[in-house]
Structure formats: structure tokens, C-alpha cells
Design a protein around this ligand. Structure first.
Ligand SMILES: C[S@@+](CC[C@H](N)C(=O)[O-])C[C@H]1O[C@@H](n2cnc3c(N)ncnc32)[C@H](O)[C@@H]1O
Length: 243
């Protein structure tokens, strides 16, 4: 399930059948994180609804949850069928809270287009990535992390839930601690602060039940510091430091 360029047709096929990751509920790790997010996220200002973004939001349950918690939320996915389901969730949210539903929007878009959309850079307080990063080809992952950093306000927080290579790959693609460190490393020294990196498991789905265990995951939390390093540290140097 690793993509080196966006294979929209592949993602569409998943949503025509069973999307093995889809729980229909907000990620349990996100629910646990929320009470401390305002403390972690230095960019959140009082009396103003913070802005949140999920790339690869799928059927949108985590986005709905964030909107219910007071965030202005944008969910982006490349598959319209997934977003049709997300819109249904938004309609249900509307019945519970029209204010929350108004804070939420979904957009059908390839997230790589955001690299050039400089008008949205520096606008988000919180970015959530649930099983997107590990689907990106290894050589493009650092680019995705760089995009996240550009999209976040200084002080903003990124939370990623991604496959963990400490257990044999049985479901989603996996990444090692070293790979994660390298992808985020070029920014770690001067403008990316690692808040947390811990092991967890993806929430149960019927497909994971058939695997007889939920795949092991990383929960990685980073905070964007005020400045970006210029120039970024050399990747080869970082590899040497890890060896
Ligand atoms: C493994 S799924 C995770 C979905 C959702 N975050 C969840 O946890 O249920 C990855 C999602 O990313 C979307 N996606 C993949 N490549 C994308 C791209 N280039 N732009 C936007 N969305 C993309 C897929 O359509 C899919 O919904």
C-alpha cells in the first residue's frame, strides 16, 4: 500500500469494497490527545477556534470529532466516494450541532497540490495524519513532513499515527524509528520539536480482526518551532549520526 505518486484509482477501489483501516469512528489516540492538545499547541489563541487539518481523511470521523470539539476543520482526500461518506457524517453532526457542522469542510484534492498553494501555508494549529504517511513512498516521506511543517503555524502540532516496523508487516506499510527520525530529522535541530514518539495499535476494524491483531503503530507528535533551519541539515550527516 505504498504510493510513489498518487494512484487515485487504487484508493477508489478500496472505497468500492472494504477499506481495511476504516473504523467509522475518530481514532482513539486522537480522543486521548485532545484534552492536552491546547497545552501542547503553542499557536492556539484564546477565544478563537483553532484550525485543524487532516490529509487523507477518508470517511471523515476524526474530522467530525475535531469539529465537535471546537476546531475549524478541513479534511482532504483524493477519493470522492470517501468524502461522500464523510459528508453523510457531517449531516449527522449537523443534527447534533449545526455550529460544529459549520466549522467542518471536506475537499477532494491531491494533497501534493498543497506544496504550491502558499496561501494555506502557516495557517493550521493542528494537523492529524492517520495512516497517510506510511502509504507515501519512502523517498517522498520527508517531503510530506516538510509540507506539514509549512502548513502549520509556528507552535502548531502534528500528530501522526503510522505503521510500526517493530512488528512484521501484516496490514498497513510500516516504518522504523530510524526512518521516522530521518524524515523529521532535517527539521529537528532548529524548527521541529519532537514532543512524543510511542508505540500504540490501530483501532480494531473487521479486516484487522481477521488478522487476529490490530497492527502495531507509532504515535509521533511534533511541534513546529518559530524558525525553519536555513539551510536544512544534510541528510547524509544525519544518517551518519544515527549509525
Ligand atoms: C490508509 S487511508 C487512511 C484514511 C483515514 N485517515 C483513516 O484513518 O480512516 C489513506 C487515505 O489517504 C487518501 N490519500 C492517499 N493519497 C492521497 C493524496 N495524494 N491526496 C489526498 N488523499 C490521499 C486515500 O484516499 C485514503 O483515504
Amino acid at each position: 500500500m505504498v504510493q510513489d505518486q498518487t494512484d487515485t484509482a487504487k484508493w477508489e477501489r478500496y472505497y468500492q469494497g472494504e477499506a481495511p483501516w476504516d473504523t467509522g469512528r475518530p481514532a482513539s489516540q486522537l480522543v486521548e490527545l485532545l484534552p492536552r492538545l491546547a497545552t501542547l499547541c503553542h499557536s492556539m489563541r484564546e477565544n478563537k477556534a483553532p484550525r485543524a487539518l487532516e490529509l487523507g481523511c477518508g470517511t471523515g470521523a476524526s474530522c467530525c470529532y475535531l469539529a465537535e470539539q471546537g476546531y475549524n476543520v478541513v479534511g482532504i482526500d483524493v477519493v470522492q466516494a470517501a468524502l461522500d461518506q464523510a459528508e453523510k457524517q457531517r449531516e449527522q453532526l449537523q443534527e447534533r450541532s449545526s455550529a460544529a457542522a459549520e466549522r467542518l469542510s471536506f475537499k477532494c484534492q491531491d494533497f501534493w497540490e498543497l506544496e504550491d498553494a502558499t496561501d494555506v501555508h502557516g495557517t493550521y494549529d493542528f494537523i492529524f495524519d492517520c495512516q497517510l504517511y506510511h502509504t507515501v513512498a519512502p523517498e517522498a516521506r520527508a517531503r510530506l513532513v516538510d509540507l506539514y511543517q509549512r502548513l502549520l503555524q509556528p507552535g502548531g502540532v502534528l500528530c501522526m499515527l503510522t505503521g510500526n516496523a517493530n512488528e512484521a508487516e501484516v496490514g498497513p506499510a510500516t516504518v522504523s524509528r530510524e526512518e521516522l527520525t530521518l524524515d523529521c530529522g532535517p527539521f529537528a535541530a532548529a524548527s521541529w520539536e519532537q514532543v512524543e514518539l510511542c508505540e500504540t495499535r490501530f483501532d480494531p476494524t473487521p479486516a484487522y480482526d481477521r488478522l487476529e491483531r490490530c497492527p502495531l503503530a507509532w504515535q509521533a507528535i511534533f511541534r513546529r518551532l518559530p524558525s525553519r533551519p536555513d539551510p536544512a541539515p544534510d541528510r547524509a550527516q544525519l544518517v551518519a549520526q544515527l549509525e
